[in-house]
Design a protein around this ligand. Structure first.
Ligand code: ZN
Ligand code: ZN
Length: 173
């Protein structure tokens, strides 16, 4: 199952082609993020690893991942709300600023199937604007989008919901 979840059969968007596993490798590329495997690591602790995206869509583009393999946002459970909050807090402490854009892709729009939080430091490139669109409702909930912010994910998990492309209530509702 681990193998299948890491190598979904969906076509990868061009942004993540460089993350294709090495031929003959049976492991998930994001389960082995180290300088020795070609990653530019910006931060790491027992739970999280932060590294530079190989195909930046903004002035600076980091990815925050848990060491534990979780395939996509759809695989998160209510008990994972704390993990998502810690991923967000780490991103914000490393790259503070109100205009820093944070979010996850939602299947089938996620490419590498090991959950990763995108951290986009402005200005965004055109592909960044197109591929990482945040849509919010007035209550802070999620709008229609294939990209979801950590706060939206936490609100959905705390309401026992599942993350999909459609809108979801925010915390204030
Ligand atoms: Zn993995
Ligand atoms: Zn992604």
């Amino acid at each position: 199952m681990r193998f299948l979840s890491c190598f979904g059969r969906q076509k990868r968007p061009p942004e993540d082609e460089e993350y294709a596993p090495l031929p003959g490798s049976a492991s998930c590329v994001f389960c082995d993020v180290r300088p020795e495997t070609g990653f530019k690591v910006a931060y790491e602790d027992d739970e999280l690893v932060v590294f530079h995206d190989r195909s930046p869509a903004a002035a600076e583009h980091l990815l925050v991942i848990p060491r534990r393999h979780v395939a996509t946002v759809r695989d998160l459970r209510p008990a994972d709300a704390g993990l998502v909050s810690r991923m967000e807090a780490r991103a914000r402490s490393l790259r503070p600023g109100p205009d820093v854009r944070l979010g996850f892709h939602i299947p089938p729009f996620s490419s590498v199937h090991h959950i990763h939080l995108h951290v986009l430091v402005p200005p965004l490139k055109t592909k960044g604007v197109l591929k990482y669109p945040v849509a919010s409702r007035t209550d802070g909930g999620k709008g229609w989008s294939w990209f979801v912010t950590p706060a939206q994910v936490v609100a959905i998990l705390e309401a026992n919901g599942r993350i999909g492309l459609g809108p979801a209530a925010g915390r204030k509702s």
